[in-house]
Design a protein around this ligand. Structure first.
Ligand code: GAP
Length: 533
């Protein structure tokens, strides 16, 4: 990860937010290459969801919504993590993320100041890790009582106890932690000039709720029929207690969410006579069938999402599926599959695909008093649709793509010396820059003129980077680090200086193999376009 983080900063993929002020924990900025990568990923998701399908339409809703939305969704009451604070440093941890520790726990009933005979009767405890001297636990306790105003601290009522697998102590210093308290992860603000309880608003912690809230408007204006979906990409905010693993767990991030509304199984049965069950011959694929129940639709979406990840360069062997167990599911959920990526810091979630029944629409119907029912003409039935929700994080996916692309290999340079080539092997579809255009020499006007012509030919169709600085080998390496899949070099053959046979041709270099081919300028677009789109 260290190498990846360093490359991301050096090449302008990801910067720490507000870096010149020391940064702000849990917030990140995407630099020039990162911004392009992110746009490509979002565009490809949007294209696969809305443009390549008849049955999904888009939405772009506001980040701040009526606060009752979050009451109805359950976020106000239950979107919370247990947190604990270190009694010594006040550092905050997520209680469920503390690794269990064993050792000897030291307890004190209080302490007194030997100089002033001032006393503190506040009890304190510290955990002594195996192999450490007892004094180190006492040192922690002395610091604790010093913070409470005592000077020459004498610890009182010391006793010890062997403890196994406890999560009550700060793993960094052994000091006791507070009891867990629930901490709501939603960022709060106020709409309007008055800061009062009446105008509290929340930054959305997921984009999904806007889709449910606008279900009826979209249905009525898009002329869709159930089954159909609403897709949205947008920012979400969670005041994570411990943002960590680079951009993996951030406080501001983007989601790509689809709510795919389906008929309840009893309606499918009424209409088709039966409800299809899962086949043993693999996941269901296109075209969807009228007799699919929620289980088949859910599996279908898991497979669609796996295929999409493959199409942008994450092969199946880099991914895993985790099917949540019954006892892990939210009370309204029927099934949930996490698609995980094997990050260098562990195999972790990229996307969750949940079958949520009709919980969300029903909740909004109850809290708003507005009907969320749909009249299904084909089935002659009225119902609140059920939903399958594939919900992916843009930032996590970017991190996965960056980790997946990073490679180092030993190569021989032009002078025959071995060197390490760092190369980002992005799939051409997501690569921030698609092609580098290089005149062999910058001080030959005929080469430069031709290279600019090639740049202008390709530019309307793909992201081109023109570079005339330094030795050609160095320019190739710079583009290798940026992950640019193709390089086009304009040389003396191109401008006909070595005869007319190769005039109008360029060398096309392939990033991964480093092989070069001579191709006609007039063929460039037809060679490159199908690979980058
Ligand atoms: N509407 C369902 C929902 O929001 P989630 O599992 O909480 O489900 C969906 O979030 C996706 O959003 C996750 O799989 C992850 O990719 C992304 N995500 C969630 N919290 C995140 C965070 N703190 N930082 C970055 N991405 C996050």
């Amino acid at each position: 990860m260290e190498k990846i983080v360093s490359l991301c900063k050096r090449r302008g993929f990801i910067f720490q937010s507000s870096e010149i002020y020391g940064g702000i924990n849990g917030f990140w900025d995407y630099g020039p290459l990162g911004a392009e990568l992110k746009r490509n990923v979002k565009e490809l998701w949007w294209k696969s969801m809305t443009k390549m399908r008849e049955d999904i339409v888009g939405l772009d809703a506001s980040i701040i919504m009526h606060p009752t939305v979050w009451k109805a969704s359950g976020h106000l009451d239950t979107f919370a993590d247990p947190m604990v604070d270190c009694l010594l440093t006040k550092k905050r941890f997520r209680a469920d993320q503390i690794e269990p520790q064993s050792g000897v726990a030291y307890f004190w009933s209080g302490a007194k100041d030997e100089a002033s005979s001032k006393e503190s009767s506040e009890p304190f405890s510290a955990l002594l890790a195996p192999g450490k001297p007892a004094e180190s636990a006492r040192k922690v306790a002395i610091q604790f009582y010093t913070q409470r105003g005592l000077q020459n601290v004498a610890l009182l009522g010391e006793r010890t106890e062997k403890i196994e697998n406890t999560t009550q102590y700060n793993p960094e210093n052994g000091a006791l932690l507070t009891e867990p308290r629930m901490f709501n992860l939603m960022f709060k603000s106020h709409a309007g000039p008055v800061e009062s309880d009446e105008n509290v608003v929340y930054l959305r912690p997921e984009t999904a709720q806007a889709i449910f809230v606008q279900f009826k408007n979209v249905l009525e204006t898009s002329r869709q029929k159930v089954p159909f979906g609403i897709a949205q990409i947008g920012k979400a905010f969670r005041n994570e207690i411990n943002p960590r693993n680079y951009t993996f767990r951030s406080r501001e991030f983007e989601q790509m969410e689809l709510e795919f509304f389906i008929k309840p199984d009893d309606v499918v049965e009424k209409q088709c006579g039966t409800v299809a069950t899962l086949s043993e011959n693999g996941a269901p694929t296109d075209p969807p069938q009228a007799n699919w129940g929620w289980e088949v639709w859910h599996s279908y979406w898991v497979e669609q999402r796996m295929r999409w990840y493959e199409s942008i360069g994450l092969s199946r062997d880099t991914l895993e599926q985790y099917w949540q167990k019954k006892e892990e599911l939210a009370h309204y959920a029927r099934a949930c599959v996490d698609i995980l990526y094997k990050f260098p810091f562990g195999t972790q979630e990229l996307e969750g695909i949940a079958a949520r029944g009709n919980f969300d629409l029903t909740q909004h119907q109850t809290h708003s008093g507005k009907s969320m029912e749909y009249f299904d003409q084909e089935a002659s039935a009225k119902y609140v649709p059920h939903v399958i929700e594939p919900s992916a994080g843009v930032d996590r996916l970017l991190l996965a793509l960056i980790c997946n692309a990073y490679d180092e290999e030993e190569v021989t340079d032009e002078k025959g010396k071995m060197e390490v080539r760092t190369v980002m092997r992005f799939h051409p579809r997501v690569a921030p820059i698609k092609v580098g255009v290089f005149p062999l020499l910058r001080n030959k006007p005929a080469l430069v003129e031709k290279a600019l012509e090639v740049r202008d030919l390709l530019r309307p169709f793909m992201n081109v980077f023109y570079d005339d600085g330094g030795a050609i080998g160095r320019r190739y390496r710079r583009q290798d680090e940026a992950g640019t899949p193709f390089g086009v070099t304009i040389d003396f053959d191109t401008i006909g200086e070595n005869g007319s046979a190769l005039e109008g041709t360029v060398t096309l270099r392939f990033r991964d193999s480093m092989k070069q081919e001579r191709v006609k300028i007039s063929d460039l677009l037809s060679i490159l376009l199908p690979q980058v789109q």
